[in-house]
Design a protein around this ligand. Structure first.
Ligand code: SD4
Length: 322
């Protein structure tokens, strides 16, 4: 479909889904105290841990790192850390990044054998002059930093991989409503400082060596302590092509609420990505005032918000309805 037709379809969709009225959906009043936002229902567990870290005197950076660590370390989560779904050749390869209130960031991509890639990303940020390490170099660095080499592929995931390989017969599937669940977390402490991180085993059955948006600063995550923070989930290629999270933050800088900013960037991606109806992309965002928002292409995206001492799962609005 040419872009003009796609634009018209989306405009029509906008009114059909009440898209233009959705900005009221996000939380729009300034909030005191810590606010923690993370993707999907598993974000509830991560938020609880993150809040605990803040309450026991940890920094907002500790809070996001330790919050997602529990999801990375859970072998039953098939999309993050140990137990993650393998690539087309049967290897679990992980992507993660972290960014703090001082605009410092660290990232690892195509990392194998390490359960907590986000913690390696933090070490890249704190103990090197670089932002990003990949593959063998990232693994070597992690081992030098004291991380343990582990087997990340579980029997359950190996069995699922074998079945999927047969079904797909050489095709690479895009992320739609069934096969995703990266955890991204953005948080603000009681002093108003922001940090964020993002961690994933990436798109299931990706090509060996493929890196998604999740470890790319500006795509899968962006934090600007003067403005706000955003993180993404879904088909990473579409998020990278549109510098997704950086754009969400930039729109907030220019006055959009977190909800409006997420909607606008999801809509932009849908306008530019030819097969947008076949993929999922979702963003969550938080601004300096503690206001939050989230939006996705497909129905079914959820996120977790810890705010005012309450942790709750939120069903995101979406461009498409089933
Ligand atoms: C990727 N964005 O590798 C990640 C996958 C994801 O929900 O978010 N899944 O493209």
């Amino acid at each position: 479909m040419n872009s003009r037709r796609r634009f018209l379809t989306l405009s029509a969709l906008g009114s059909a889904t009440g898209f233009s009225a959705l900005s009221a959906f996000g939380q729009k009043k300034p909030v005191d105290g810590p606010v923690i936002l993370s993707t999907w229902n598993m974000g509830l567990r991560a938020n609880d841990r993150a809040y605990e870290v803040l309450q026991s005197g940890g920094s907002v950076l500790d809070c996001v790192e330790k919050g997602v660590n529990i999801i990375e370390s859970d072998p039953n989560v098939g999309t993050v850390g140990i137990g993650g779904f393998p690539d087309i050749d049967g290897n679990v390869t992980l992507d993660a990044c972290i960014m703090d209130q001082n605009q410092s960031c660290g990232s690892v991509a195509f990392l194998q054998h390490i359960v907590n890639p986000v913690s390696v990303a933090r070490k890249v940020m704190e103990n090197t002059k670089h932002v990003m390490l990949v593959g063998e170099g990232a693994l070597k660095f992690a081992l030098e930093q004291g991380f343990k080499r582990e087997m990340l592929l579980t029997e359950k995931r190996l069995a699922a991989w074998k079945n999927r390989k047969k079904e797909l017969d050489g095709q690479i599937p895009e992320i739609n409503v069934e096969n995703h669940d990266t955890i991204g977390m953005v948080a603000r402490d009681a002093d108003g400082n922001l940090s964020g991180c993002c961690t994933t085993s990436g798109a299931g059955m990706k090509l060996h060596g493929r890196v998604g948006d999740s470890p790319i600063i500006g795509a899968g995550l962006y934090v600007d302590n003067d403005v706000g923070a955003a993180t993404a989930t879904g088909w990473g290629e579409a998020v990278i092509e549109n510098a997704g999270s950086a754009m969400v933050v930039e729109l907030m800088r220019h006055g959009r609420s977190p909800q409006e900013a997420c909607e606008e960037i999801v809509k932009r991606i849908a306008n530019k990505f030819e097969r947008w109806k076949d993929i999922q992309v979702g963003f969550i965002a938080l601004n300096k005032a503690g206001e939050t928002g989230g939006f996705a292409i497909q129905e079914g995206f959820t996120y977790a918000r810890h705010s005012g001492g309450q942790n709750e799962a939120i069903k995101s609005k979406s461009l498409l309805r089933k």
